[in-house]
Structure formats: structure tokens, C-alpha cells
Design a protein around this ligand. Structure first.
Ligand SMILES: CC(C)(COP(=O)(O)OP(=O)(O)OC[C@H]1O[C@@H](n2cnc3c(N)ncnc32)[C@H](O)[C@@H]1OP(=O)(O)O)[C@@H](O)C(=O)NCCC(=O)NCCS
Length: 263
């Protein structure tokens, strides 16, 4: 994967030069947007949020958690609006029960959002399922969650025996990698952690990434067959790790582009 670039939103290579419209550019690739703008920058555009967005936000007890959710929602509407050529408030989300994967009414494109600490990540593609996950060791929430998670609930047998050969410090990093990859796969299926146990499939625990950041899933989840691809990256200087899982027609574009919006 390319190092993180600092390009403004909407300048993915596939969208430049007028060769492809934004949707066509997704047919053969996955576009990834990574954002670390302050929450307040997105809340300033909160007028685009729907009544359903606001209702859902009221379930958060902590003000900070609520604002993080709302900022993610504005970011998501903004990015999707660019691809669908509509205003953020007009993005046609299908109505979804809490805990189910957000989608568009007509499935024009597939997308998935992840939030960790000050980061928001969106992956978009077309004609295949996509799941995205970002975790950072600096994120207290992630530390708590990951720290509390017994390896036995996350690793399959092969991953477990590989972990047993690592030092404690190596294991922490490797666990962050495995967990991010597994969550991306689970999120692509939309099944949720409760229905697709992370122990039921294999993503490998090697911390080293392939040169282009991609690899194929060795053992796809039971019951969720098909062709899988997994893109992974560690973001220099951030201690953040991200993964994007794709299920369906393979992408021939061999790398992700990551746009970090300037603050
Ligand atoms: C989906 C799930 C894996 C998200 O995990 P997470 O690391 O806390 O959150 P992330 O920041 O990576 O992703 C959250 C985003 O994923 C999306 N999402 C929500 N449910 C999803 C699902 N079932 N599949 C895919 N994506 C989903 C939403 O856009 C959500 O953003 P929001 O919180 O701003 O609405 C997890 O919450 C889950 O499994 N939920 C389903 C319910 C379930 O099975 N619970 C049992 C837990 S044991």
C-alpha cells in the first residue's frame, strides 16, 4: 500500500482527468478515505443529518461519544454525496436496524465506515461487499477493548500457536493486526461479531505486510464462501492499523489510496 497521502477529498487517481465518473472509478477498485479533522469541523455541517441520525445519537450517554458518532455520520454523508452527485442530506440510506450494516437503498455502491480515536475511515467499492476497520493503540477505547479480549476469543488454532512464539510486546502488535483484519472481514459480511466468531477463520498474524499491502484470505469464514481479498496497512507515525476486506469479484487495482484530509 502506498504511504498515506495528503490529498484533498475527491482526488482519487481514478476520479482525476475526467476519464471516469466517480461511480465507474469504483468498478475495479476500492477507494479509502481516512480523516482526522477535529469533530467540530464536521459538527459545523450537522444540518445535513437526518432525524434518524439524531435519534440514534441520543443512545450515546457520553457527549464525546455522541459527537464522534455524529461527526462520522456527516463525514460518511459527505463522501457518499461526492460519488452519488447529491447533497449529503440526500444520500439515500436504506433504513437499518441498530447493529445491522448501513447500506444504500439501491446498492449503487458498497461502503463501510470505521471509527477509532480521532480517526474516521471509509472504504467504498462497487459490485462487491466491503468491510473496513481501523484501530489505534493510542485509542483508550481500543486499548480497553483489545486488552480485555482474551486471545482465545479472537485467534484460530494456527494463529494461537504462532502467537505463543512471540514476545509480549510483539504479541500486542500482532494482535492489533489480526483483530483489525478479522473485524474488516466480519464487517464485510454484515453479520456482526455475535454471528461470525473471529475464531472461525484465519487471517494470519504476521506483522509484516506484503509489499503492496494486499493478501488473499487463507481460510474464508465458514458459511461465507466466495473470493476474498484483504488490504492492510500500518499508518506511519500514528500507531494506527487499518484493514479493508472485499468479498466478490476481485479488484484488479493492486493498492489502496488513502486520503488523509488536512486539518
Ligand atoms: C459492526 C461491529 C463489528 C463494529 O465494531 P466497532 O469496532 O465497534 O466499530 P467500527 O468503528 O469499526 O464500526 C462502526 C461502524 O460500522 C458500521 N456498522 C454497524 N453495524 C455493522 C454491521 N453489522 N456490519 C458492518 N458494519 C456495521 C456503522 O457504520 C458503524 O458506524 P457508527 O457506529 O458510526 O454507526 C460490531 O459493533 C458488531 O459486531 N455489531 C453487530 C452486533 C453484534 O453482533 N453484536 C455482538 C457483539 S458480541
Amino acid at each position: 500500500m502506498d504511504p498515506v497521502g495528503r490529498r484533498p477529498l475527491g482526488t482519487h487517481a481514478g476520479m482525476r482527468g475526467g476519464r471516469l465518473n466517480p461511480l465507474q472509478a469504483l468498478d475495479n477498485s476500492v477507494h479509502v478515505y481516512l480523516d482526522d479533522r477535529p469533530v467540530s469541523a464536521w459538527l459545523g455541517q450537522a444540518a445535513c443529518l437526518s432525524a434518524a441520525d439524531l435519534l440514534r445519537s441520543s443512545a450515546y450517554r457520553r457527549l464525546g461519544d455522541r459527537d464522534d458518532y455524529l461527526a462520522g455520520r456527516v463525514f460518511l454523508r459527505t463522501v457518499l454525496g461526492r460519488y452519488l452527485s447529491c447533497r449529503p442530506q440526500d444520500v439515500p440510506f436504506a433504513s437499518a436496524a441498530t447493529g445491522s450494516k448501513p447500506m444504500l437503498k439501491d446498492n449503487t455502491l458498497s461502503f463501510n465506515l470505521s471509527r477509532a480515536g480521532s480517526y474516521r475511515l471509509i472504504a467504498l467499492t462497487r459490485g462487491r461487499e466491503v468491510g473496513a476497520d481501523i484501530e489505534t493503540r493510542r485509542d483508550a477505547r481500543a486499548e480497553r477493548t483489545l486488552g480485555a479480549l482474551p486471545y482465545d476469543l479472537a485467534l484460530d488454532d494456527r494463529e494461537r500457536s504462532a502467537f505463543d512464539r512471540l514476545t509480549e510486546e510483539e504479541a500486542k502488535d500482532a494482535f492489533l493486526n489480526v483483530w483489525t483484519r478479522k473485524e474488516a472481514v466480519i464487517k464485510a459480511t454484515g453479520l456482526g461479531l455475535g454471528y461470525l466468531p473471529p475464531t472461525s477463520f484465519h487471517v494470519g498474524c504476521t506483522a509484516a505486510l506484503p509489499a503492496d499491502g494486499t493478501f488473499r484470505l487463507a481460510a474464508p469464514p465458514v458459511g461465507v464462501a466466495g473470493s476474498w481479498q484483504l488490504y492492510v496497512a500500518s499508518l506511519p507515525g500514528t500507531q494506527a492499523t487499518l484493514a479493508v476486506a472485499l468479498r466478490g469479484r476481485p479488484c484488479t487495482v493492486p493498492h489502496l489510496e488513502t486520503n488523509l484530509l488536512p486539518c
